[in-house]
Design a protein around this ligand. Sequence first.
Ligand code: SF4
Length: 245
Amino acid sequence: MRIAEIFRSIQGEGRWTGTESVFVRASGCNLRCRWCDTPYASWTPEGGDFSIAEIQEKIEILRVPFPSSPRSPIPNHLSPSLDLVMTGGEPMMFGELVPLTAELRAAGWRITIETSGTLYLPVACDLMSISPKLSNSTPSAACEPHWVERHEARRHAPETIRRLVSEYDYQMKFVIGRPRDCQEVEQYLAEFPGIDRGRVFLMPEGVDLHSLESKTAWLEPYCARHGVRFCPRRHVEWFGVERGR
Ligand code: SF4
């Protein structure tokens, strides 16, 4: 399985925000989002191939929690736990994820899988964190003409979404760059009437505080009015876009 990085940090988005976790970032993606914040795991995938045993070994080394620090951004009421986040890139591209997650679960890890919801694997997973890609993700035709068609053909996979939400505890996170993206989310949710709006998070697009704050100003009130959840990107506030944090 190709891995870009394995590191210990704090979950910055969604239901388990603030939870100290080990992150395993698969390298490689079947999509090419215009605003991808991990291009080293999609556009120009880096890293090397590791066996399941090698990945487990690296993860276990990181079981040891952070030393306590008065500067830690972990909220006081949250304690370290054995949380593991499989992220990417697109981790569901790799068949090794099936035995790997089964073994990690047996070893006591609580597993989140972060996926675009375009591919299915029968993984062991405690939270399927699905981030469907809206039209704002389509790469620029001027720069990447060959990826526009592939991205558009792949980014919406309704049968896979139905299967994931029926088989796993889930959350759905949408990246919002402009107000009309919210209308697209509503059209999307209308296609899946079984999806619980309480599990739907809208998060501002951006990798700098100014950009996030300007979108938060209108997106947070929108979420409150429409019965979905606003999702701050706390890891950007805490760490910026530094790799391995
Ligand atoms: S699906 Fe995720 S990793 Fe892949 S290109 Fe889009 S944002 Fe990047």
